[in-house]
Design a protein around this ligand. Structure first.
Ligand code: IPM
Ligand code: MG
Length: 360
């Protein structure tokens, strides 16, 4: 089959890690008889440097025409980069939020998996992690505080800032359906996370989740308050299968979940809308401190490409092959700096890409 893939290399380590993911995709194409047509698109700092804005209409239009978009990472060092001298709505992150909204990508899937081979990187005690954990954060991505009305005013000489958190029932319903559909393909448990003891938006969230749950009798549903969830993630991460939550809570909890794995350089993500189209990117940031040094771990991006094969192209066998190749190189003892431990072999970004491609 032939697929059109938009490529957003992005900023800092972005280009290096995306190059390795493309290397692996090319190997998949060769092995399984597919053709991937790539077109590079600019977003974030790279787009600011070229066009003065973090997202152009042209990039958005072209992205929309693709079967999927694979992305590296955007943004730079917030204290030293000139991008952060710009007004907030012209900075790299604004481009990311605008492309999510513009492409209707309301569902953000962030798996957090403990790899057997990297168990020693997990900051939790053995007695807590046991034989590991495998959870999926399903984060709402185009509503809530991120997209609510905001303003800063001065009232009676006092500066005051507002951000509003609103969800309508349709926004809640569609992400909830994604959460339950995902749970059906996993261990059939949904933990819906909210702050229903305080927030109206959370009380509506809970009601709508209950309504949707009626269509999924096989799925076990539980509700959890967000502060408790933050605690439970380090107390017993094994209890979770799918964590379903709104935008801001999901932003925070997904970082916590990734930290618990001890290897954020390994974690992929997918942002999806109603159909098959998705934007795939590593869960980690742009790591300005190691940009251009052949030190970054490309695995999260490579696994994001695997998610693209699985979710946007329905190429399960090919996705399995990529995931198996990643496990194989870990078994061989190859490591980038972020996941290095005693007795293993330290290699660079390119060498990691080569090794994984070779295992396909
Ligand atoms: C993420 C990031 C973004 C977010 C930032 C860069 C705007 O933290 O993808 O989790 O908050 O959504
Ligand atoms: Mg975040």
């Amino acid at each position: 089959m032939e697929y059109n893939v938009g490529i957003i290399k992005g900023d800092c380590i972005g280009p290096e890690i995306v190059d390795e993911a493309m290397k692996v995709l090319d190997k998949v194409a060769e092995k399984f008889g597919h053709v991937f047509h790539y077109e590079q698109l600019l977003l974030g700092g790279a787009s600011i440097d070229e066009y003065g804005v973090p997202l152009t209409d042209d990039t958005l239009k072209k992205a929309r025409e693709k079967d999927a978009v694979l992305m590296g990472s955007i943004g730079g060092d917030t204290t030293t980069s000139p991008w952060y001298k710009l007004p907030a709505d012209k900075r790299p992150e604004a481009g990311l939020l605008a492309i999510r909204k513009g492409l209707g990508l309301f569902a953000n899937l962030r798996p957090a998996v403990l790899y057997e081979e990297l168990k020693q990187a997990c900051p939790l005690r053995d007695s807590i992690i046991g034989d590991g954990f495998d959870l999926m954060v399903m984060r709402e991505l185009t509503g809530g505080l991120y997209f609510g009305e905001r303003k800063t005013v001065t009232e009676n000489g006092i500066r005051k800032a507002y951000d509003s958190l609103a969800y309508d029932e349709n926004e809640i319903r569609r992400i909830t359906i994604k959460g339950f559909e995902t749970a059906m393909k996993r261990r059939k448990k949904v933990t819906s996370v909210d702050k229903a003891n305080v927030l109206d938006s959370s009380r509506l969230w809970r009601k709508v989740v209950e309504e949707v749950a009626k269509d999924y009798p096989e799925v076990t549903l539980e509700h959890m308050l967000v502060d408790n969830c933050a605690m439970q993630l380090v107390r017993n991460p094994k209890q979770f299968d799918v964590i379903l939550t709104e935008n801001m809570f999901g932003d925070i909890l997904s970082d916590e979940a990734s930290m618990v794995t001890g290897s954020i350089g390994m974690l992929s993500s997918a942002s999806m809308g109603e159909g098959k189209f998705g934007l795939y990117e590593p869960s980690h940031g742009s790591a300005p401190d190691i940009a251009g040094m052949n030190k970054a771990n490309p695995i999260a991006t490579i696994l994001s490409a695997a998610m693209m094969l699985r979710y946007s192209f329905d190429l399960d066998q090919e996705a399995d092959a990529v995931e198996a190749a990643v496990k194989e190189v870990l078994k061989q003892g190859l490591r980038t700096g972020d996941i290095m431990s005693e007795g293993k072999e330290l290699i660079g970004t390119k060498e990691m890409g080569d090794a994984i491609a070779a295992c396909i």
